[in-house]
Design a protein around this ligand. Structure first.
Ligand code: A3D
Length: 311
């Protein structure tokens, strides 16, 4: 089987970790693209990661570049190009500059990797993935935003920490926009198959949900000069792997809804089946009145940011 080619657009904090994890999972050959000012950095990261490959017996070709031609024919493109948050900023504050950047990125990805499955990570996520979709003209099954995978992983981690159980055995999903209005579906959360609502009382669960909502901000505050990157990178790689290996995993992802959950024309976090066809299906299920109200609230926030893109 031919090796997959993975292009990482943006080789900063998340980009570097995407390359590391993709190499350790042997997902394919990796090209890390960044702007000319950062060419040395991505060439250096590519070399550094290449030099750890012998330890694990991993085989991947990893290169750094500032020439878009090098992403030609990529099977997967993961976009982290843009600026991250600093303390005191919300994700929407990044729209102006990251919209300019995604415009350039989308035109080049269209030119050089028009058949790729594209995972957008840059913030504000729900608007930037929308912008990529509109500018590139890619089909809706080949464009997705990474957010729910991270938000759900954060929720799972906090529950596992609370109960002192394996992280692996906690299941739950967080839907909606990637922001403070995200919608954790508490009733679907389980620990080893046992409903979480039987294990943690409602007040404590509310605290955990709130920590999940602001988990990104908690890290921004601790870092002081950037935002989370390890867990975001792992989350995007889970999505890329499901596409490359046709695993058909069900991952909460920002997918284009066309009627699902009563949402039309917006990318928003919904349970999504990712396989070799890209976004193969959105899994729709009945929401409670409260969940529906929360989803409408998050939709309002997404619509407001998308409107500012003028696309
Ligand atoms: P950072 O380490 O600054 O890396 C961003 C990289 O993008 C830098 O190396 C830049 O040189 C590069 N870049 C800038 N302009 C361009 C361009 N025109 N073309 C190509 N590359 C360019 O940031 P990071 O890796 O920490 O974060 C990247 C993005 O992900 C930010 O927008 C974050 O807000 C976002 N983010 C999203 C999540 C989600 O869950 C959605 C989580 C964490 C971070």
């Amino acid at each position: 089987m031919a090796k997959s080619k993975i292009a990482l657009i943006g080789g900063g904090q998340i980009g570097g970790n995407l390359a590391l994890i993709a190499a350790q999972k042997e997902l394919g050959d990796i090209v890390i693209f960044d702007i000319p000012n950062a060419e040395g950095m991505v060439k250096g990261k590519a070399l550094d990661i290449t030099q750890l490959l012998p330890h694990g017996g991993y085989d991947s070709a990893i290169t750094g570049t500032s020439d878009y031609k090098d992403i030609s024919g990529s099977d997967v493109v993961i976009i982290t190009a843009g600026i991250p948050r600093k303390p005191g900023m919300n994700r929407e504050d990044l729209l102006g500059i990251n919209l300019k950047i995604i415009t350039d990125v989308a035109n080049n990805v269209k030119k050089y990797a028009s058949n790729a499955f594209v995972i957008v990570v840059s913030n504000p996520l729900d608007a930037i993935v929308y912008a990529f979709y509109k500018i590139s003209g890619f089909s809706k099954n080949m464009v997705v935003g990474m957010a729910g995978a991270l938000d759900s992983s954060r929720f799972r981690a906090f529950i596992a920490m609370e109960l002192g159980v394996s992280f692996q055995d906690v299941q739950c999903m967080v839907l909606g926009g990637h922001g403070d209005t995200m919608v954790p579906i508490i009733r679907s959360a389980t620990v080893g198959g046992v409903p979480i609502t039987d294990l943690i009382d409602a007040d404590r669960l509310e605290e955990i949900v709130n920590r999940t909502r602001f988990a990104g901000g908690e890290i921004v505050k601790l870092f002081g000069n950037g935002s989370a990157f390890y867990a975001p990178a792992q989350s995007a790689i889970e999505m890329a792997e499901s596409y490359i290996k046709d695993k058909k995993r069900v991952i909460p992802s920002a997918s284009l809804c066309e009627g699902e959950f009563g949402i039309d024309g917006y990318f928003i976090g919904v349970p999504t089946v990712i396989g070799s066809g890209g976004i193969e299906r959105i899994i729709e299920f009945p929401l409670t009145d409260d969940e529906n109200t929360s989803l409408q609230k998050t939709l309002g926030a997404v619509q407001k940011t998308v409107a500012e893109t003028n696309l």
